[in-house]
Design a protein around this ligand. Structure first.
Ligand SMILES: [Zn+2]
Length: 390
């Protein structure tokens, strides 16, 4: 019997997708409904609802849930929820929809009908208030704030049933895992304590060290990649997966790591998003989330350890999953090994660190990166990628 943590808010996952055999008929029906275009973030949220990652939500939030989430980190029924999951439309389109009308939700990029929603509420939000609570800033330069300010003026709340998970299952057959599948995989391995490691990057030795600390205190580590929209300069998922695989195969004990990915679009909300990443990983069956320096941050909007501290402010009943708080890790020439600020007493001039920009520059030129910073097997794959870019 599996002793994995329960999904958020109950005992059952709540995937919101029509069964495969019902999808063609439901799609035909949806083609006759009013079409609501979605941003890439809203489409990503539909897929996460579909796969059960947002258990126990039943769709896009109504006003009371939105307000509770922003102001008190709670839904209207008291359940902990740190990030709004909302759908917006412009006023004209919203006015044309009746309450209890079913509409088709369409991926604004691909034009694919992704889901059917029964609209139960239409409400205007105070966008600045949302940004202030969630992002701790209303600066339009912040990428998450920018998306809120750009979204339609009216939110549509209601029950969602998905028809598709988009391109992800086909594009990432070896990475795209639903929460029910990761739970089955963990149970099959006999794991009950699993630490999730969120990444958008190839893993260098500092990340390897974080994962190894987690392996020491749990039964396995779930390396969980972000498969949503990339930022300029990000390494494509295929290359990243290969580089991470090279690290796992050469430097971890077999059977201690599972690599997968999920289609979230980053909001860069720092501390609030770290809570959200934890909640989602609880649904995937993880007991811990590794929270390092500036988790889900961007620029200098958040203090380097704000995302760790916010977990200390939660009620005990908020989440079952726990943060695994680990400081910055590095190779220290004096310690002659990997260390953190808690374990190394030496001046940072002895620590080997290379900025992301510098790494890209070195890799593009085919230069070697010191093996204290990144494993040669990983460096080789990244060099090949950058050589192909030139
Ligand atoms: Zn040291």
């Amino acid at each position: 019997m599996s002793t994995l943590v329960s999904p958020h808010g109950g005992d059952e996952l709540k995937p919101l997708i029509y069964p495969k055999d019902a999808q063609p008929d439901e799609l035909k029906r949806a083609e006759g409904l009013k079409q609501i275009p979605m941003t890439s973030r809203e489409t990503s949220d539909v897929i996460l609802l579909a796969m059960g990652a947002y258990t126990p939500l039943s769709g896009f939030m109504g006003e009371a849930d939105w307000r509770g989430c922003c102001e008190e980190i709670k839904l209207s029924d008291g359940l902990f929820w740190p990030i709004p999951v909302t759908l917006s439309a412009d006023e004209e389109l919203a006015n044309s929809i009746d309450i209890e009308e079913e509409v088709a939700l369409v991926d604004g990029d691909s034009g694919e009908i992704m889901a059917v929603m029964e609209v139960l509420e239409k409400y205007a939000i105070d966008k600045e208030a949302e940004c202030h609570h969630i992002y701790r800033t209303t600066d339009p330069e912040h990428p998450g704030v920018q998306k809120v300010l750009d979204q339609g003026d009216i939110n549509l709340g209601g029950r969602v049933m998905a028809l598709s998970e988009g391109e992800y299952p086909g594009k990432y057959p070896n990475l795209f895992l639903r929460p029910a599948q990761s739970r089955a995989l963990f149970a099959e391995k006999g794991w009950s304590q699993v630490a999730a490691f969120q990444t958008r990057n190839p893993m260098h030795r500092s990340h390897e060290h974080l994962a190894k600390i987690a392996v020491e205190v749990t039964e396995g580590v779930f390396i969980h990649q972000v498969l949503g929209k990339l930022k300029e300069g990000d390494i494509p998922a295929e290359v990243r997966t290969k580089a991470i695989r090279a690290m796992i195969d050469n430097y971890f004990v077999e059977g201690t790591i599972i690599q997968a990915g999920y289609p979230i679009e980053m909001r860069y909300a720092g501390p609030r998003e770290a809570l959200f990443h934890a909640l989602i990983r609880q649904n995937f069956g993880c007991s811990h989330l590794i929270v390092g320096r500036d988790h889900a941050g961007v620029g200098d909007y958040y203090g380097p350890f704000d995302a760790q501290h916010i977990f200390d402010t939660l009620d005990e009943s908020a989440l079952i999953i726990q943060p695994l708080k680990i400081g910055v890790t590095f190779f220290c020439e004096k310690c002659y090994g990997m260390a953190t600020a808690r374990t190394c007493p030496h001046n940072s001039k002895h620590h080997i660190s290379i900025s992301g920009t510098k790494q890209r520059e070195m890799l593009s030129k085919g230069e070697d990166i010191p093996s204290e910073f990144s494993r040669p097997e990983v460096v080789k794959i990244l060099q090949e990628f950058y050589a192909g870019q030139g």
